[in-house]
Structures are given as C-alpha cells and as structure tokens.
Write a protein that binds this ligand. Sequence first.
Ligand code: PXP
Length: 246
Amino acid sequence: MSASAHNHLRLGVNIDHVATIRNARGGDHPDPVKAAMAAQAAGADGITAHLREDRRHIRDDDITRLMDRLNVPLNLEMAATEEMVEIALRHRPHAACIVPERRAERTTEGGLDAAGQFDALQPIVARLSDAGIRVSLFIAPEPAQIDAAIRLGAPVVELHTGRYAELSGAERGAELGLLAEMAALAARNGIEPHAGHGLTYDNVTAIAAIPQLCELNIGHFLIGEAVFDGLADAIARMRGMMDVAR
Ligand code: PXP
C-alpha cells in the first residue's frame, strides 16, 4: 500500500438535505437516493443519512432504496430509541452513528451525552454490534465522552466539529486543539475517530490534517454548493482539499 493510500481520509457524503428540498413540496423530487448514487460516482467513500424520529428529511423508504442500490457503505444516523434500533437491525447498514435528538440527550456542545446516557446506550450499542453493525457515537470532543465510548465498547466515535465551525480566532484554535487531542486519545484506545458537522471549503483543511482521523462526514455545505457547481464538482473539490491536507 502506498503512503498516500494509507493516509486516505474517507469522505462520507450526507444526503439529508436533498430530502429536505424534496419534502418542501411533499413529492419525490429531488430524490436523495439519486444524489447518493451521484455522490458515489463522484468519489464519496460512503453515504450518510439520518432517519429522524420526525422524518423531517430522510424517510423509511429512502433507507430501503439506499440499502438496495449503494455499493459504498451506508452510515445510518439514528437516535438511541427502540424504533430506530429495530429499523437498523432490519436493514443492517455498514455503520450506525448514534446521535442525540432530544435536548436531554445532548452535551452543551450538542454531541451525544454518552457519559450521561451510559445505561441507556449500553444495551443499544451491544445489540447493534452483535448484529455486525459498526457503531459510532457522535460526541463532543471531551475526555469524559471518549471515556464513556471506551467503556461502551464503541469501535468508532465521530467528533462533533460544530463548535469549531462556529468559532473564530483563538477560540477556534483552542477547539481545534481539543479535537486533535481527542482524536489521538480515541486512537490510543483502539477507537477509530471520525469527525463532522459544519465543515466547508474554508474550515476543512485543519480538520483533515489531524492525522488520526479516518473519515469526515459532510452534508449541508456540499448540497448547498451543488446548487452552484453541481454535486460531482463540489465533492471533487472537497476531496482535493482533504487530500492536500494529508
Ligand atoms: N455528522 C453527523 C453525526 C451529523 O449528524 C451531521 C448532520 O447533521 C453531519 C455529520 C453533517 O453535518 P453537515 O450537514 O453540517 O455537514
């Protein structure tokens, strides 16, 4: 394997907001599954979709069609509820990323409160893992959350980059340092670190340069840029920036 292949940072493309546009009119257009196929053809290493409890963007039938048609792995984002666990067990996607939906499930930074929700998460992580689904926890970059992920036996954490994306100047620098530290802490403990939320052409480089990160999940910005440049060009440009950062 060449050094560059070894360093390959995977890009997961989140297609939720194609469904947001579709649902604004209640019909079938634009189809998020068509967008997923286009993203796959443009070099996405995986597709991410969040089936929310309120079905505000992705619908159940989208997950069925994604599972049928995709060749790249599907990362199903889901709340830690019985309904969502049953859906995940039925479809058996490559990965399931557990995300908070209600306020009580979140940290102040907006990640899943894996430490506070430990007892509720433990059986869910176990059931998904037993079914061969790679469980990821979407957490704020905090030592207590990494510690909870270790104790839960999660193979993957996705570090929430939303705060980093919102901050500027020295505060952004400090948050970047924390993200780098938590990626290293996860990796030292055998957990594969991913990152995502709010990433754009302007802020992706420093995140992509964190050497332990294996995957970035990017949605809203890419779907927005697709309006101007097309989805394939937006993905190619993001991919190029990620590669240069490594
Ligand atoms: N990762 C997770 C866990 C998410 O929930 C989301 C979207 O909400 C993303 C990544 C992508 O974030 P964005 O759409 O801001 O790129």
